[in-house]
Ligand binder design. Structure first.
Ligand code: AMP
Length: 366
C-alpha cells in the first residue's frame, strides 16, 4: 500500500498530529475519498476525535505511543506547525511525514523563516535580532522609532507580539515575553492582508487557489473574501511566491503564505509576513466555494494522488464564528445559501474558533 511512486490506495490510513478543527476537516475530506484518519493529540476533548476512524490521546514526547501510531498509519501529516521538531524527526524515521521536517525547521522560528524568505529574494518587513533588552533601542532607531516585537517561536493569532514605540515599553514587552529570543520588525504600512494558498504534490506539481483577502478582529481572522481586490498581475505574483517557497522546501501538501498588500504610489507591492505549513483558516471557503477543498487537496497531495482543480465557484465571503457568534447557528441555518460549519467544541469561550459560515455568490463569478 505504501509504494511512494504509486501513491496510497483508498482504504489507507493518514496519521494526523493535532486534533483541532483543521484536523477534523482533514479527516472529513479524507473520509470522502475512502481514506481513514488516525488523529494523535494530548487532549481527548478535541474536535477531530469525533470524526476520525482512530485516535491516540498521548503526549507528543511519548515515544512508545508515537511508535504505535506510526505502525498504525501509512503517512503522517500535521494540522499545526508547533509540533515539537523532535516528534516530527522521530516519526520521520518510521513513516513518511508530509510536509517534511524542512518545512517545520524553516517556519517554527520567525528569524529562520525570514532569512529563508530573504534568501529566496522574497520581501519581508525589516528585521532586527533581539536577544536582550539592550538591542531594542538601536533597532527602533533603524526602523524610524516604531516596530513590532515578536517572539521567535510559538507565536500565533497575535500572541507573543507587541507594538513598540520606545525602548522602555520595548523592554517591558520583552520581559513580559519571558526574555526569550525575539525579533523586531519594521511596521509595514499595508493596505490589506491577503493569503496565497497552494498545494504541491509528491511529483512536484503545484496548484494554487485565487488569492484571499483577510480581515482580523483582535488579531484573529474574522472574514475572508475571495477574490482579493488586487490586480491580476499581483495575484499571479502572490501565487508565484507561494510556489517558489514550496519548491525550495521540496514541500508536499497545502501551504499558506500570509502577505501584506500595499497599494502604493509606485504601484502594488507584496511583503510576506509568514508561512503556515498547513491548511489555513483563510482557506475554509474552499469547502463550499472551490471544486477541490484545501482539505481534500492536502489529502490528495500527501497520498501521492493528482491535485484537484482549484477553480472557484463564485464570489466568496467566509465569516468565522468566534466565541458567542456561534450562538447564531439557528438563524444561519434558516438562510438559503449560507453554508454552516460547526466544529463540535463543547465550551464557547471568548476568542475561540467555534465554526464558520461561507456564502458563495455564483452570479458574480468573474
Ligand atoms: P503574525 O502573528 O505575525 O501573523 O501577526 C499578526 C498580525 O499583526 C498580522 O496579521 C498583522 O495584522 C499584524 N502585523 C504583524 N507583523 C506586522 C508588521 N511587520 N507590520 C504591520 N503589521 C503587522
Amino acid at each position: 500500500m505504501k509504494t511512494p511512486d504509486a501513491g496510497l490506495a483508498p482504504g489507507a490510513t493518514i496519521g494526523i498530529l493535532g486534533a483541532g478543527q483543521l484536523g477534523r476537516m482533514l479527516a472529513l475530506a479524507g473520509a470522502r475519498l475512502g481514506l481513514k484518519s488516525h488523529v494523535y493529540a494530548p487532549d481527548a476533548g478535541e474536535p477531530a476525535f469525533d470524526v476520525a476512524a482512530a485516535g491516540t490521546v498521548a503526549a507528543y514526547e511519548d515515544e512508545a505511543a508515537l511508535t504505535r501510531f506510526a505502525d498504525a498509519v501509512d503517512v503522517i501529516t500535521y494540522e499545526f506547525e508547533n509540533i515539537p521538531a523532535a516528534t516530527a524527526s522521530f516519526l520521520a524515521r518510521l513513516r513518511p511525514v508530509y510536509p517534511g521536517p524542512l518545512a517545520l525547521e524553516k517556519t517554527q522560528d520567525r528569524l529562520i523563516e525570514k532569512r529563508f524568505l530573504n534568501d529566496l529574494s522574497v520581501a519581508t518587513a525589516g528585521l532586527a535580532v533581539i536577544d536582550s533588552a539592550d538591542a531594542i533601542e538601536p533597532a527602533l532607531r533603524k526602523f524610524g522609532g516604531a516596530g513590532i516585537l515578536k517572539t521567535r517561536r510559538f507565536g500565533y493569532d497575535g500572541k507573543g507580539q507587541a507594538m513598540i514605540c520606545d525602548a522602555a515599553n520595548g523592554a517591558s514587552a520583552f520581559a513580559s515575553f519571558g526574555s526569550v529570543p525575539c525579533i523586531l520588525e519594521s511596521v509595514v504600512p499595508f493596505t490589506r492582508e491577503i493569503s496565497a494558498i497552494g498545494a504541491r504534490g509528491r511529483d512536484g506539481s503545484f496548484r494554487a487557489y485565487d488569492i484571499c483577502e483577510n480581515s482580523h478582529t483582535n488579531h484573529i481572522l474574522s472574514r475572508t473574501e475571495v477574490p482579493a481586490r488586487i490586480k491580476t498581475a499581483t495575484a499571479d505574483r502572490a501565487r508565484e511566491i507561494a510556489k517558489c517557497i514550496a519548491d525550495a522546501l521540496d514541500y508536499v501538501g497545502v501551504i499558506t503564505v500570509e502577505m501584506f498588500f500595499i497599494d502604493g504610489t509606485n504601484g502594488e507591492a507584496l511583503i510576506v509576513n509568514e508561512i503556515a505549513p498547513r491548511v489555513h483558516n483563510s482557506g475554509h471557503w474552499t469547502i463550499d466555494g472551490a471544486v477541490t477543498s484545501q482539505f481534500e487537496q492536502h489529502m490528495r497531495a500527501i497520498a501521492g494522488w493528482p491535485l484537484g482543480s482549484t477553480e472557484r465557484r463564485g464570489r466568496i465571503v467566509m465569516d468565522n464564528l468566534i466565541g458567542n457568534e456561534a450562538r447564531r447557528w439557528p438563524e444561519i441555518l434558516q438562510e438559503d445559501g449560507a453554508c454552516l460549519h460547526l466544529y463540535g467544541k463543547a465550551d464557547i469561550r471568548d476568542g475561540r474558533k467555534m465554526g464558520h459560515v461561507t456564502r458563495v455568490n455564483p452570479e458574480q463569478a468573474d
